[in-house]
Design a binder for this molecule. Structure first.
Ligand code: ZN
Ligand code: ZN
Length: 329
């Protein structure tokens, strides 16, 4: 099969011919229809994050926003059959036994393995995945438009779920990229009044298309919830200032440097700052339902699998509107 390989941090991706992986007893072999290109892929390829760098398999097939069709199943798999269309997310496997797994917070499992990080991902014609961690894709959803929901959409969905955002409340989304434009739609689906902040006019246009009630470069009306999807310290500072008292800042975008927080302001306004990491299988099922109802749709452009390296480069230069999705020719 054709696969795009990362052979070392900071090295260009190479298109290579690899053996089709063999599924273990609890795994399925998936023929990839589409794989989204996530900002994390860029950081992984460049070795930017120490935490993940140490656990990254090399050489590695990147990609954790995968939609494809089950080609064959391992001998113990009963939940899926050949021909089922599935999504393969970031979370490849969790232990199921630790306190986090038992409490339904499997994203915190310290034994977790990760698609396209600790095991090969979807920048390939095939990948294998744990059957129990694959999500069935509703029949009315197109593969390329759905792939980015597996990480970008899921991350936005869980963050807004955790924020406690309620109908009628104000949400401000900072950074209208792959994740941000989905956060706007999820916010609207929850009945919130949504403001979108970005420094680029084209991204504000996208925000309007996604149903944002207000768009601009700064200072929307104060929000009950702010979500920062940009890896930008300045965006965090602005977001904190743009909260109503008692408001919640959701931390999703990951700048390398810390952002400043005033304890005095935190106390006087009873603000909450909360991180959110991708999503659980339950979160994913809920999001796919929303998508099947037509409430969330990822704007995307398709690129050939062989051009994965160029796609990462486009992302790095911030030239992407919505999401890039790779498809093998
Ligand atoms: Zn991702
Ligand atoms: Zn666990």
């Amino acid at each position: 099969m054709k696969a795009v390989l990362l052979r070392g941090f900071g090295q260009p991706l190479t298109l290579e011919e690899l053996a089709v992986p063999q599924p273990l007893a609890d795994e399925v072999l998936v023929k990839v229809h589409a794989c989204g290109v996530c900002h994390s892929d860029l950081h992984l390829a460049e070795g930017d994050w120490d935490l993940l760098k140490d656990m990254t398999k090399l050489p590695l097939v990147l990609g954790h926003e995968v939609v494809g069709v089950v080609d064959s199943v391992g001998e113990n798999v009963t939940s899926l059959r050949a021909g089922d269309r599935v999504g393969v997310p970031w979370l490849h496997w969790t232990c199921g036994k630790c306190e986090y797994c038992r409490e339904g917070r499997e994203v915190l499992c310290s034994k977790q393995t990760i698609t396209g990080v600790t095991v090969d991902g979807g920048y390939a014609e095939f990948l294998k995945a744990k059957a129990e961690y694959c999500a069935k894709i509703p029949a009315n959803l197109e593969s390329a438009a759905t792939a980015p929901l597996l990480c970008a959409g899921l991350t936005a969905y869980r963050a807004l779920k955790q924020s406690g955002l309620a109908a009628g409340q104000r949400l401000t989304v900072y950074g209208i990229g792959g994740l941000g434009h989905l956060a706007i739609q999820i916010g609207k689906a929850k009945g919130a009044v949504v403001s979108a902040v970005d420094i680029e006019e084209a991204k504000l246009e996208l925000a309007k298309e996604c149903g944002a009630d207000w768009t601009g470069r700064e200072k929307p009306e104060r929000a009950h919830v702010a979500i920062v999807t940009a890896a930008n310290v300045k965006a965090y500072e602005t977001a904190l200032k743009g909260l109503k008292k008692g408001g919640t800042l959701m931390v999703v975008g990951m700048p390398a440097e810390p952002f400043p927080v005033s304890a005095v302001r935190m106390v006087s306004g009873e603000y909450r700052i909360m991180g959110s990491a991708v999503g659980t299988r339950q979160d994913l099922r809920e999001l796919l339902e929303l998508a099947a109802e037509g409430q969330v749709r990822c704007r995307h452009e398709v690129r050939p699998l062989a051009e994965a390296g160029a796609a990462l480069e486009e992302l790095k230069r911030n030239r992407v509107s919505g999401r890039l999705v790779l498809q093998a020719g």
